[in-house]
Design a protein around this ligand. Structure first.
Ligand SMILES: Cc1cc2nc3c(=O)[nH]c(=O)nc-3n(C[C@H](O)[C@H](O)[C@H](O)COP(=O)(O)OP(=O)(O)OC[C@H]3O[C@@H](n4cnc5c(N)ncnc54)[C@H](O)[C@@H]3O)c2cc1C
Length: 407
């Protein structure tokens, strides 16, 4: 028999890793606190790097059943006026287009693929409450199930329980956070006709504010309104009409009119408290943290799902050999966990560094930020069209390091 891996959290990192391990003959139990993935607001943008990761996992065909929209163009506006349109097909991205997907449907697809393999168990409505230890080694999880608490023992534990990871805290893994200047209000409204006809992303840039709008997989318009950190309390106090009026001041007249006309249909705006962080060490004996649990990503450049899927590939490459039947699981797991951290850290650190740039310009109050805001959109446009290796768009689109599934 293979070793037994316990994975906490069935987001992109945990579900993809569980699928890869199970499909290579490793026994896996996956614990997910939600009974339904759609109960949480989850990111929707998959970039070519994330799509490539799913392709390497052999899931291109299965992804076709996941509701999605591809978009070909980005329209950039400044102070409400359109500056230019970038056709992504003109960029040297090898024909790969970003895709807006239903993440709950993608996670259902991943766990359904994992469930085709013997030795895979998914427990839904299973909230991990604590780590079990044998001396200084993590050897299992205490889990709250519908019928009460239960202990599960395994040969290794993977913490893929997201940005507020309990496993990270319980293991005492310290973070080295970078303070962020902004939060995001996410909301959906009916889709304007023009977005339906030609799926595109709009970015409305201005000093101290940014609004992104794109068609979602469910036939609605998804908007992300970037605001000063902590400002939402005051906006909420003013009421929805007031904050829609404030947003409408910064977008083009057609979108402003659309937002005003559909103000009654904006339900449950979701405030994302933006963090960008990573742990100093990704593992302790018996436990490895992955995805947002190891490195909560800033939303800049829609990187989180993509980086999490790429984490899963690298983790599977190192873990499958040490969890295979007859392998010396314990110490070999600890050494593999350290190799995973060493291999993933350069990409995560570089992406997080790049993510700090745009907010610095947008929320900067210094005299030069106005000039930078005038120049930045054109620099980004050049960057996309030239598609040179090593520049911002390419790194965001494909990642920084070469990630290949080799098991
Ligand atoms: C509002 C929002 C919008 C985003 N938009 C984008 C985007 O467009 N593109 C993009 O690439 N990234 C986006 N992100 C970031 C992206 O969703 C995350 O970076 C990515 O999902 C990280 O994957 P993960 O598997 O590490 O963690 P998560 O996706 O957070 O998954 C963690 C899972 O663990 C479960 N869990 C948590 N605690 C426990 C526990 N104690 N016991 C059991 N289960 C537990 C959770 O229910 C969840 O299913 C967005 C994030 C948010 C919050």
């Amino acid at each position: 028999m293979s070793a037994h891996a316990l994975v906490a959290g069935a987001g992109p990192a945990g579900a993809a890793l569980a699928y890869l391990l199970a499909s290579r003959g490793v026994r896996v139990t996956l614990f997910e606190r939600q009974t339904d993935f759609a109960r949480e607001f989850r990111g929707e943008v998959l970039l070519p790097g994330g799509l490539d990761a799913l392709g390497q996992m052999g899931l291109d065909e299965a992804m076709r059943s996941v509701p999605s929209v591809d978009f070909r163009a980005i329209r950039i506006f400044r102070d409400g006026r359109q500056l230019f349109t970038v056709d992504i097909a003109d960029a040297d991205f090898g024909g790969a287009l970003p895709r807006i997907v239903s993440q709950p449907a993608m996670l259902e697809m991943l766990v359904a693929q994992a469930a085709r393999h013997e030795g895979f168990t998914l427990l839904r409505g299973a909230t991990v409450r604590d780590l079990l230890r044998d001396g200084d080694r993590v050897c299992g999880l205490r889990v709250q199930l519908a019928g009460g608490e239960r202990e599960f023992r395994g040969d290794c534990v993977i913490g893929a329980d997201g940005r507020a990871s309990l496993l990270r805290r319980r293991a005492g893994l310290r973070q080295a956070g970078q303070p962020q200047r902004f939060d995001i209000v996410w909301f959906k409204v009916p889709l304007p006709h023009e977005f339906a006809e030609r799926p595109h992303v709009r970015g409305y840039i201005g000093r101290g504010h940014l609004l992104l709008a794109f068609p979602s997989y469910d036939g609605l318009l998804q908007a992300a309104w970037v605001i000063d950190k902590g400002a939402f309390g005051e906006l909420r106090r003013l009421g929805i009409d007031a904050w829609v009026a404030e947003m409408a001041n910064h977008v083009s007249p057609d979108l402003a009119a659309h937002l005003r006309a559909h103000v009654e249909e904006i339900h449950h705006p979701f405030l994302l408290d933006v963090i960008c962080d990573r742990v100093e060490r990704w593992s302790v004996p018996g436990l490895l943290v992955l995805g947002d649990a190891a490195h909560p990503m800033s939303p800049v450049g829609a990187q989180g799902i993509n980086v999490a899927l790429r984490d899963a590939i690298v983790a599977a490459n190192h873990l499958v050999p040490v969890l295979a039947p007859g392998a010396p699981a314990a110490e070999a797991f600890d050494a593999a966990a350290q190799r995973i951290e060493r291999e993933r850290l350069p990409e995560v650190a570089e992406i997080q560094r790049l993510q700090q740039g745009p907010p610095r310009v947008l929320f900067q109050r210094a005299w030069w930020s106005g000039i930078a805001l005038r120049v930045l959109p054109w620099l980004l446009r050049l960057d996309v069209l030239r598609g040179r290796g090593g520049v911002v768009f390419r790194r965001f689109a494909f990642g920084v390091t070469d990630v290949k599934l080799v098991i």
